[in-house]
Design a protein around this ligand. Structure first.
Ligand SMILES: C[S@@+](CC[C@H](N)C(=O)[O-])C[C@H]1O[C@@H](n2cnc3c(N)ncnc32)[C@H](O)[C@@H]1O
Length: 396
């Protein structure tokens, strides 16, 4: 079996010079407030080695686990038991392969299918090869391949003169992009954009008239620019702008300036935090956690002021925490009568048959029905998430 995998992979990665596919579980970063979905892009390559699947050895941070046990048992009930066992077992985590429509992915697509990957989303058409926007009346369609097993491709390497062909991610992180539903020529703000996974995903779905990618942290902003340059051709880059500002200011500085705004907010990173490097760091993160809902609320309010009346804001996080998810949104809705939350069930889940791949936390019975959807990593083969998303519409 490993021989077949190895020979298929050697064809697959010939262009990037890899001798075999590295179907390895991924090492996860434990960086505070960072996004586990981003880390794989910058991991060192391990060329030429055929890895067996193995469970990475990592130490669980007990204070964080104790804290999560108390909070998430109260919030998720018996569901926490299964979510907990997925989160504590990085060896079973899955990785999605998002194709870059601006690169030549025909051969890669074929090889992934041969390796047993399937398309996450119904493919309405095969994405045509890239042509400059002036010659292309249509955008693309999001194309992501997934496996039930915890295999992963190596992080794509930089090849001078070529754009990267794929982006590795937690497939649930595509849901906020789908919920945003950017249409051609719309003006879009990605308020918390680094390292740029969702910005790249937005550009797979369509050609926005203008995509403004913002990130407050200088170092992460540089990382964002590098990501965009690695995936986006020069003529499309002309429709992007990268800024290094505090997202909380946009409501003042860019009032009603956008058709769509994505707030992929800084949050507690449940996957990473469980493996924080020391107990001391774990305690620090838990302390910082208390400040997050206030920051998230400010960012969301700012986004709602920056979107035009009739426009939409998607708020998302990669934590299970109600305080950072439903409660932030409910707090904003309670004080902004000009904002409505939208039901994503039919449009997003049913239309794309997403329940096949993702497990959603059941909402409490109405009238307590909280806004938004929460993807939970619940069992092997369904390890995507945590990912919370909610779409809000500015009515006036
Ligand atoms: C979850 S990450 C975003 C991931 C990104 N959307 C992606 O898909 O690659 C949240 C980002 O928000 C940034 N951030 C934190 N506070 C911010 C603020 N006040 N304004 C803008 N960005 C902020 C963090 O530095 C971090 O890069």
């Amino acid at each position: 079996m490993s021989g077949i995998r190895s020979s298929l992979s050697s064809i697959l990665f010939k262009r990037v010079g890899l001798r075999s596919a590295l179907l390895t579980p991924r090492k996860e970063s434990s960086t505070c407030l960072s996004d586990p979905r981003e880390i794989s892009q910058d991991e060192p390559q391990e060329n030429g080695i055929d890895h067996k699947l193995k469970s990475p050895r990592r130490k669980v941070c007990q204070p964080v686990l104790d804290h999560f046990d108390a909070q998430y048992t109260a919030e998720l009930g018996s569901l926490w038991t299964s979510v907990r066992s997925v989160l504590l077992n990085p060896g079973c985590w899955q990785y999605g392969v998002m194709m870059n429509r601006f690169a030549d992915v025909q051969e890669l697509r074929t090889r992934l299918l041969e390796l047993g990957y399937c398309s996450l989303l119904p493919q309405r058409h095969t994405t045509p090869p890239y042509v400059p926007p002036s010659h292309s009346p249509h955008g693309g369609s999001l194309e992501c391949y997934v496996q039930r097993g915890p295999v992963r491709l190596p992080a794509p390497r930089h090849e001078p003169g070529y754009l990267k062909r794929y982006f590795l991610l937690n497939a649930a992180s595509l849901l906020p992009v789908l919920a945003l539903g950017v249409a051609e020529n719309e003006r879009v703000l990605d308020m918390c954009s680094a390292p740029g996974g969702k910005a790249v995903a937005i550009l797979q779905t369509t050609c926005p008239g203008f995509l403004h990618c913002n990130e407050v942290d200088r170092h992460r902003c540089d990382w964002l620019s590098k990501t965009l340059e690695s995936y986006v051709p020069a003529d499309v880059m002309k429709t992007l702008r990268v800024t290094n500002q505090d997202g909380r200011d946009f409501g003042q500085t860019h009032q009603a300036a956008y058709d769509k705004v994505l707030v992929d907010a800084p949050c507690s990173n449940d996957r990473s935090w469980l493996f924080s490097p020391s107990e001391l760091r774990g305690h620090q993160w838990l302390k910082e956690r208390q400040k997050l809902p206030a920051l998230q609320t400010q960012l969301l309010r700012s986004a709602l002021a920056a979107v035009r009346p009739g426009g939409a804001v998607v708020y998302s996080t990669c934590t299970l925490s109600q305080a950072e998810n439903h409660q932030v949104v409910e707090g904003v809705l309670a004080t902004c009568p000009w904002v409505e939350s939208e039901d994503l069930q039919e449009e997003l889940l049913l239309a794309n048959a997403l329940s096949e791949h993702f497990v959603f936390a059941p909402p409490p019975p109405a009238p307590l029905w909280p806004p938004g959807l929460l993807v939970v990593p619940e069992r092997i083969g369904h390890t995507w998430g945590p990912m919370y998303l909610c779409r809000l519409r500015r009515t006036r």
